[in-house]
Design a protein around this ligand. Structure first.
Ligand code: PEP
Ligand code: MG
Length: 566
């Protein structure tokens, strides 16, 4: 078994086609007839643009208009006067067109690759694609022909470029394996758009696999099963069939409003951890971001991210979401989330310790820099602030006062922000549930964090399997907490969402509809499933279920009953 990144969900069983790139080597030569060489270069560009346009048309058919734009982007890049001008200047200095193209492209590739930013680095792949396309035309080498692949092919290639993807015949390619690429690379986006299972960044894939051998591509888990046994083939065939059946059914919910069977609408948002995840939220048809867990920006590094770095991340998420709501939760460290460079003291009881909003309010400079970054980003979209682990009204007041201070600082420096930015509370502690009436007076919205709310209500550590039998959002106590939080929010007319895992649980959905939840925030792959599950219920049916459930005394009884009705 080989491991990589599952970049496009699903299961493919087929035979490997190794795509080995053609040699684009040449011997650089000095040219004498500059005009003729310029003509040769310009005609290569014309041919390249014609080919690319044809590829874009093919892609529009197979993957969609948005994906075709990626190819059209290649034309925009090569027709850019700066890039073209630089190439022509080198030719005018008597170098051959191949060398000129190579040098200028290298300059752009190095520049884009050095940024470390995924979206910009993707531009480097685009320029490589352009360079190879132009060199192939200039050298008269024919490019790799994926379009000839027979049915049942698994493409294995070092790097899948957009132009290669354009040659893919969806009906023939059952899987894609590459040695490079990430969730957000163009190849991943295109694989998802073509609905071809893909595992990217598999180290040594090209040298370890050979053309003709049978493999299974598990794009959901990021696995490549080599030399599969009969049993494995049977197992994955069944997985594939049930995956496709569910996908077909769920696709009916794409692009639709999220509404129950009476037509009452709900917001269906996604939980994200990085700006890149916003792409997944958009691909999944999420209607916004209900929880941006910002602690991921603080992890895997040796020092605090600066205000500017954070601003860029929050702004990027908002831009990717195209102005849809983005709820940014301020730093939630401690408990099970460690950030070594902060040097937090070891505690006897970290889940009840100096963490999240408690830590932030005592480290005001750090907290204010995060709030300023969020405020600055709020000038670019519908951004909202959410405080984690609130247990007392004072914490909300202090946090809001800091938001006002940060606004005043920005105003004094003439920096734009959303003056009416909403400030909400993550209701995830037992205390916040009990004082939900008081918090609702001063918060702009609530989001119920059932992952922690369950733990804090049941006094059962969410990570301790010995007490796992107590850790359930279907415990009568937790359901009463949830019902109370929603009721208090609705009484004050503020929005109330849920961003804990329970929001995607089909057994919870009728209860949440009945209690009056207005927003669900779930992981990207759950979006269409949750939309489908919400659509099943009328309010009257949901109320009848909730009434029965709320009269039951044990979690076991509740679970058994809900299983029987969903
Ligand atoms: C929660 O506690 O329910 C939640 C969504 O946040 P996290 O899982 O990050 O604690
Ligand atoms: Mg939490």
């Amino acid at each position: 078994m080989l491991k990589g990144i599952g970049a496009s969900e699903g299961y493919g069983i087929g035979r490997v086609m190794l795509v080995v790139e053609q040699s684009l080597e040449y011997t650089p030569k000095e040219i004498t007839d500059v005009d003729a060489e310029l003509e040769r270069y310009r005609s290569a560009v014309d041919t390249f643009c014609d080919n690319t346009m044809a590829q874009a048309d093919a892609l529009k058919e197979s993957a969609g208009a948005k994906e075709a734009e990626i190819m059209m982007g290649h034309i925009a890049i090569i027709r850019d006067p700066f890039m073209g001008g630089e190439i022509e200047n080198i030719i005018k200095a008597h170098q051959c067109a191949e060398a000129a193209v190579e040098q200028v492209c290298k300059m752009f590739i190095d520049m884009f690759s050095a940024t470390g930013d995924d979206l910009t680095m993707q531009r480097a792949t685009d320029v490589k694609d352009i360079r190879d396309g132009l060199l192939a035309i200039l050298l008269g080498v024919s490019e790799v022909k994926i379009s000839d692949a027979p049915a049942g092919t698994v493409i294995v290639v070092k790097e899948l470029t957009p132009s290669m993807t354009a040659g893919i015949k969806k009906e023939n390619i059952v899987g894609i394996i590459t040695e490079t690429g990430s969730q957000t690379s163009h190849s991943a986006i295109l694989a998802r758009a073509l609905e071809i299972p893909a595992v990217l960044s598999v180290p040594g894939a090209v040298s370890q696999l050979s053309s003709g051998e049978q493999v299974i591509v598990d794009g959901s888990e990021g696995d490549v099963v080599t030399a599969p046994s009969e049993d494995e083939i049977t197992e994955y065939t069944a997985k594939r069939e049930s995956f496709l059946r569910e996908r077909r059914e769920l696709e009916n919910y794409r692009g639709k409003a999220t509404a129950d069977a009476d037509g009452t609408e709900y917001e269906l948002f996604c939980n994200i951890g990085t700006p890149k995840d916003a792409t997944k939220a958009m691909d999944a048809d999420g209607e916004g971001v209900g929880l941006f867990r910002t602690e991921f920006l603080f992890m895997d590094r040796n020092s605090l991210p600066t205000e500017d770095e954070q601003f860029e991340a929050y702004k990027q998420a908002s831009l990717i979401m195209k102005g849809k709501p983005v709820i940014i939760r301020t730093l939630d460290i401690g408990g099970d989330k460690e950030i070594p460079y902060l040097g937090l003291a070891k505690e006897e009881n970290p889940f009840m310790g100096f963490r999240a909003i408690r830590y932030c309010l005592k480290n005001r400079d750090m907290f204010k820099s995060q709030i300023k970054a969020i405020l600055r980003a709020s000038a670019f979209g519908d951004i909202r602030i959410m405080f984690p682990l609130i247990t007392a009204v004072e914490e909300l007041r202090e946090g809001k006062a800091l938001v006002e201070e940060a606004k005043a600082d920005l105003k004094a420096s003439g920096i734009a922000y959303d003056e009416n930015i909403k400030v909400g509370v993550m209701t995830e502690t037992a205390a916040s549930g009990v004082i939900a009436d008081l918090l609702a007076e001063e918060a702009d919205f609530f989001s119920i964090g059932t992952n922690d709310l369950t733990g804090y209500t049941m006094a059962a550590d969410r990570g301790n399997s010995d007490v796992g039998y107590l850790y359930s959002p279907l415990q009568p106590s937790v359901l009463r907490m949830i019902r109370r939080i929603i009721k208090c929010a609705r009484a004050k007319g503020i929005d109330v969402g849920m961003c804990g895992e329970a929001a995607a649980n089909p057994m919870m959905i009728p209860l949440l509809i009945s209690f009056g939840l207005t927003e669900f925030s779930v992981s990207a792959p759950s979006v269409l499933k949750v939309r489908k599950n919400i659509a099943k219920w009328t309010k009257a049916e949901a109320d009848a279920v909730a009434e029965k459930v709320m009269a039951m005394a044990t979690e076991a009884e509740i679970t058994a009953y809900l299983k029987s009705v969903i």
